[in-house]
Structure formats: structure tokens, C-alpha cells
Design a protein. Sequence first.
Length: 237
Amino acid sequence: MTAGLRRRERGRLSNYGNRGETMGKNIVLLGPPGAGKGTQGQRLAEKLDEPHIASGDIFRQLRGQDTPLAQKVKGYMERGEYVPDDLTIRVVLERLSQPDARQGFILDGFPRTEPQAQALDNSGRSVDVALYINAPVDVLVERISRRYTCPKCHAIYEASRRSPKKEMTCDVCGAPLERRADDAPEVVRPRLQTYLDKTRPLVDYYERLGTLVEIDGAQTIEVVEREVDRALRLPAG
Ligand code: AMP
């Protein structure tokens, strides 16, 4: 076991095999903004043939609609605040009820609060593995300042570390890349603080359940990916 991948307790992941190794896995990606959850989530989705469900992507789509609800969601996101639990739980559970998520899912950015985690448990879609990808604050701030995303297919890029082949153009779908409004420096700090106040406690929540695996997200994308694969017992490749 490397220093980057720590299982905090003996016996952890005892729930992991309960649904059978070959069946779909219910995976939650936990960690601060900029830790690499989206990048790893997209890679895992391909390998496991499960949907990568990012609550932030769902809200970014919702925000584009011309409704009073969309205006409200936009306000929370622009301020770097969390969307209220009742609405968040409703939209994510609705997404999980779609046929493609029946066998398993990779949730990215949900749950972010204890009520959300409890709602997921109570929905009967309990979590097999909570992958906690963490990195120091200066690394997160630096990465976010260089991050670009595709508004169409949600691919993620980072200047110098993961640049697109053609400048400001998505390699996957060709759409022009954008910077997220909430990645602006003045919004990043409050977002990190909200994460520490409201989401960090979920590390203890999943640790108590024995499903937490911590991975050092400050490493290269490839090393993190290898450790994620190892944590999920996926074949090396
Ligand atoms: P993300 O792309 O995961 O960084 O999410 C972008 C924004 O969407 C967050 O800053 C929140 O405003 C909102 N959001 C996404 N997921 C959640 C969640 N689980 N609970 C509350 N708000 C969320």
C-alpha cells in the first residue's frame, strides 16, 4: 500500500463485496473543489460503464433555463453557496432513478451535507465505496485558477497539465471551452470554506460506515487513477 492510498481502518470496505464484484458499484467521490473528482469520475465511468453523475453539472444545466427556480439556483452557484438540501436531494435522487443508473453510479459532488448523505442511504441506494480525494489548499486554488471546462460534454482541462489539443476547444466534442464563473478567485475561497464547514464532516460519516478510502489527489492524474483503480480492485491497465 502506498503512502498516497490509505485505508484508515482495518476491516474497511467490508461492505464493498456485498453486492458482488461483478455487479455495478455505487461510488461516491468526496473531496474539495479542484481535487480531481470530475476527471477521475469521467475515467471511472468509462471503465465501469456506469453513469458519472455530477450534481454541479445538473445544476449548471438547470441554471440555463428561464424559470424562477433557475434564477434561484444561479444565485447560489454564483455566490459559491450550496443549493438547499431539499432541492438538491430531489434532483439527484430523480437522476438516480433513471434506467442507466439502476446497476450502479458514480456520484460526484453529492452528497455534500449530512442530510444529503442520509437521504441517499434512506433511498435504498447505499454507497459501496466513498473515494475521498484530497489535496492541500494551495494546490486546489492553483489548479482551479487554470481550469477550463466544456459546457457541452463537461470535459475538464487544465492549462499546462491537461491542455486541449486545439486552443480553447474541447477535444471530445469540439465546443468552445469556458471558465466556470464560480472558479473566479473571489468565489473559490468561500467555496473551499463552505466545503470545510459542510462537506468535510462526511469523511467521518463514511469512515464510520467503513466505506471510506482516502487518496492523495496532489499526485499526477495518472497516479491518482492507478490508486483509484486499486482501491476499487479494478484490473491494472
Ligand atoms: P461543483 O461543480 O460540484 O463544484 O458544483 C457547482 C455548484 O453547484 C456548487 O458550488 C453548488 O452551488 C452547487 N452544488 C453542486 N452539488 C451540490 C450539492 N450536493 N449540494 C448543494 N449544492 C450543490
